[in-house]
Design a protein around this ligand. Structure first.
Ligand code: GLU
Ligand code: MG
Length: 438
């Protein structure tokens, strides 16, 4: 009997990968055979990466020919429920035995290694996930003790299962919108952080289902209700674990590395959207005055900005530096966490390597600024639709060149498929479809 890293028994293990639509797919193997699958995993048709959120397959280079191997990363084995079903995250290997260009986990590992090898920087991250728990009960007033107690004992089950999976929960609470909850966890190295984001999604979904709720991480459940975001917090240390994002004398207290990173993410900000906010409904959530992301800008503690600089309000420089991190606010629960973080890191690295100048900080709510103040900031809005975001990606040669061509093509084709599938539906019906699947 194989055990998880926390010593729990499992009997049947699902090899999981997250596809380009952000959906976790699975193949299962009895645990007694898992060891024999450690090197070459299980095969899966290559055209599986052309699968849409509707379950069909769009035009792709493989058709019925070609397989990839899904190789389990044994250290990620967890048991998300109380029975003996385990999940292990996996990476894809092409039929030539090489890493596959369409595997998002491999892409993230590659860019994280580049930070380490080319810049001497370790990347840390955490995914703060908002989701709604939809059930029969009238949801209590938001952010109240009642809203928190209403879901009992589901909250305790989620905490127990996630802690057993080695995830350190920092906060789990009702959020601003009725039925909405948020789960924050401790930062980890970037790949582990993305693994945990996937484990959290599937654990929450499973526990909710058993308790009679439908958990949805979709950005909107209807056009008039507040949205759910996926906020990605990023920080850097040197090889000895010392924080290197903070500089008490730097602009916005960012080190020169941090300034380059912020500049790079903002330079490519609009083109990043199809990777981080990949659905038609993603753009109902984004925009000014929604506390999601109104502008491709950065600011200290500013929820209207794509990048929010966060830290503890302390004069203790060591604690300040340790807590200092950059929150990317534009992502949502439709994204593939590996792909989203990889794209952000690629954009940031281009800013660091090209020493891009830092744009002016947006430290106030733009709705409270005068026209001259707004002009000085030269604010760039977020794209207002997926079509618009795809045009920005198509025009961003530098970002595209840093990604495998086939991956960009497939992401764009899948996004276009969603646009055409939803073209005759009204926004509420579109939100409903996303909320059902995600
Ligand atoms: N729900 C908001 C979003 O869609 C975020 C609110 C917050 O700042 O936590 O991103
Ligand atoms: Mg929140």
């Amino acid at each position: 009997m194989q055990k998880t890293s926390n010593g729990e028994d499992v009997s049947l293990v699902g090899l999981v990968w997250v596809d380009l639509c952000g959906i976790a797919r699975v193949r299962g193997v009895p645990v007694k055979y898992l060891g024999s699958k450690a090197d070459y995993g299980l095969s899966f048709p290559s055209c599986g990466q052309a699968m849409t959120m509707f379950g069909d397959i769009i035009d792709n280079p493989w058709g019925g020919v070609g397989d990839v191997r899904q190789i389990p990363v044994m250290s990620t084995l967890v048991r998300p429920g109380d029975e003996g079903f385990g999940l292990v995250l996996s990476e894809a290997m092409g039929s030539d035995g090489k890493p596959w260009d369409l595997c998002a986990r491999t892409l993230l590992r590659g860019i994280v290694n580049k930070y380490e090898n080319e810049l001497g920087v370790k990347v840390h991250a955490t995914f703060e996930q908002e989701f709604k728990l939809l059930g029969d009960k009238e949801p209590a007033l938001s952010m109240t003790v009642e809203a928190w107690q209403q879901i009992a004992p589901l909250d305790a089950v989620i905490v127990r299962r996630l802690e057993a999976a080695g995830i350190q929960i920092e906060a789990f609470e009702p959020e601003f919108v009725p039925s909405q909850y948020e789960l924050s966890v401790a930062p980890k190295d970037a790949v582990r952080a993305a693994d945990e984001a996937v484990i959290i999604r599937e654990t929450v979904r499973d526990a909710a289902r058993r308790a009679g709720y439908h958990a949805t991480f979709a950005p909107k459940t209807s056009i008039d209700k507040g949205g759910s975001g996926l906020h990605i917090h990023i920080s850097f240390t040197d090889q000895n674990g010392r924080p290197i994002l903070y500089d008490a004398n730097g602009k916005s207290r960012l080190s020169s590395l941090g300034q380059g990173f912020v500049s790079g993410v903002l330079r490519h900000g609009r083109a990043l959207l199809p990777f981080v906010a990949p659905g038609v409904a993603s753009y109902y959530r984004l925009g000014p005055k929604k506390w999601s992301t109104g502008y491709v800008a950065y600011g200290t503690s500013n929820r209207e900005a794509m990048l929010r600089i966060c830290s503890l309000p302390t004069d203790d420089q060591e604690r300040k530096a340790k807590s200092f991190n950059i929150e990317f606010r534009a992502a949502d629960g439709l994204c593939n966490p590996y792909l989203a973080l990889a794209a952000i890191l690629i954009a940031g690295m281009q800013g660091i390597q090209n020493k891009l100048p830092l744009p002016p900080a947006m430290d106030a709510d733009p709705s409270k600024l005068s026209q001259p103040e707004l002009d000085a900031l030269q604010l760039v809005p977020v794209p207002s639709s997926l079509e618009e975001a795809l045009k920005d990606l198509d025009a961003d040669d530098a970002l595209k060149a840093a990604l495998p061509r086939i991956l960009v093509d497939m992401v764009m084709a899948l996004r276009r498929r969603e646009i055409s599938q939803f073209k005759d539906l009204d926004p509420d019906a579109i939100c409903t479809q996303y909320a059902k699947i995600y």
